[in-house]
Design a binder for this molecule. Sequence first.
Ligand code: 5GP
Ligand code: ZN
Length: 133
Amino acid sequence: MNTPISSLQDASHAPDHDPHCLFCKIVAKQIPSRAVYEDAEFYAFHDIAPWAPVHFLLIPKQHIASMAHISEVHVGLMGRMMALVPRLALQEGCNPYPEGGYRLVTNTGAEGGQEVRHLHFHIMGGARPWLRG
Ligand code: 5GP
Ligand code: ZN
């Protein structure tokens, strides 16, 4: 029988920080970025090459390589990450639903188009046309 999600601890045993990871370096402020939001668990910052008038990335501060690495131990973290999206999207200038809205994208692995191997949500919005998509 599968272990009930509620009995699992909300933490993984992955290392918190990968010294070779670009987004870990951004979290550590070793590489500059334009902040959108920060708390103890998450950091959000503007994408360096935006596809849309609003385009920022939301990441866990903990180094998690991709969605492929997410399991039941991450349900609390992922829930809190998802719950930030509507608030930050409006804060950053996405127009209200349903006429406005935004796109939430998580590229995963080479065939998913992932370039940076630290889990990130792209949040893209604003008036069209967009550069891509
Ligand atoms: P992926 O292709 O992995 O889903 O998305 C990686 C995103 O990170 C791309 O949209 C790219 O523009 C962005 N990016 C790559 N390097 C940097 C950087 O040094 N700073 C910021 N702010 N964004 C970056
Ligand atoms: Zn990382």
